[in-house]
Design a protein around this ligand. Structure first.
Ligand code: PEP
Ligand code: MN
Length: 269
């Protein structure tokens, strides 16, 4: 297994991690608060978009560099690793000067020029599955980055477009054990985008852990109804706390720890 090391954090190799935070970085005070809250719940990585790939050009596009500066401050204050999306190869150095991990979003998974550039950059990469891409295409996209000499890649299953209408995407749980068989790279799961509705994020997060995911990405906001993007799939603080308790206990069980040991570790948080 090819674990990815970022600062003091190991992703993969039996070390289960959670990335959490708002869909979009909205303002400084809110991000500082979210970072503190998710850290207290046991999360490892702060997520948040500053350059947002929005379906409509009239939707909120993100705060850009200003948002990235809040990300850096909030992650450092809370003692978290950080991740944010880079949409354009001309922004790679800018985004990397503020965050630890560069996210390649679903809409850019097969932007081969961008993949080559982030490969050359050598920065840790979170590569999300294209919403119209097969598992094999995701693995080949990772090869584009690997081929440039960058093996710091974390894969992410985030759902694919199907005919189903009751969910935003169809969360492809089977991708997790298949990727475990076919690749040495860590694979995390994003049930928030995977299903697009907050009421079933927690059961799908647990299902992903049971399927062997090395980590989770979860959208969290103090007031999801007021979020500037993806509020419908975003958890509030109490729901995120409950999710973390259930998920950390399950991941401990998956590692062979007894429920009592797992609860002991949770209390220590
Ligand atoms: C995100 O994680 O902020 C995001 C836009 O996700 P995706 O690229 O999977 O749609
Ligand atoms: Mn989102």
């Amino acid at each position: 297994m090819c674990a990815v090391k970022v600062r003091n954090l190991t992703i993969g190799n039996g070390n289960f991690i959670v990335m959490a935070g708002p869909c979009s970085i909205e303002n400084r005070e809110q991000l500082l608060e979210i970072a503190k809250e998710i850290k207290a719940c046991g999360a490892d990585i702060l997520r948040g978009g500053a350059f947002k790939p929005r379906t409509s050009p009239y939707s909120f596009q993100g705060l850009g560099e200003e948002g990235l500066s809040y990300m850096k401050e909030a992650a450092e204050a809370a003692g978290l690793v950080s991740v944010s999306e880079v949409m354009d190869s001309s922004d790679i150095e800018l985004v990397a000067s503020y965050v630890d991990i560069l996210q390649i979003g679903s809409r850019n998974m097969d932007n081969f020029a961008l993949l080559k550039k982030v490969g050359k950059s050598g920065y840790p990469i979170l590569l999300k599955r294209g919403y119209m891409s097969t598992i094999e295409e995701l693995l080949l996209a990772a090869e584009y980055i690997l081929k440039e000499g960058n093996d710091k890649i974390i894969l992410c299953e985030r759902g694919i477009r199907t005919f189903e209408k009751l969910t935003r995407n169809t969360f492809d749980l089977s991708a997790i054990p298949i990727i475990k068989k076919m690749s040495n790279l860590p694979i995390i799961a994003d049930p928030s985008h995977g299903v697009g509705r907050a009421d079933i994020v927690t059961p799908m997060a647990k299902a992903a852990v049971a399927a062997g995911a090395d980590g989770l990405m979860i959208e969290v906001h103090p007031n999801p109804k007021k979020a500037l993007s993806d509020g419908q799939q975003t958890l509030d603080y109490p729901s995120f706390r409950d999710l973390m308790e259930e998920v950390l206990e399950l991941s401990a069980f998956m590692r062979g720890e007894s429920p009592l040991q797992a609860r002991g570790r949770l209390k220590a948080l």
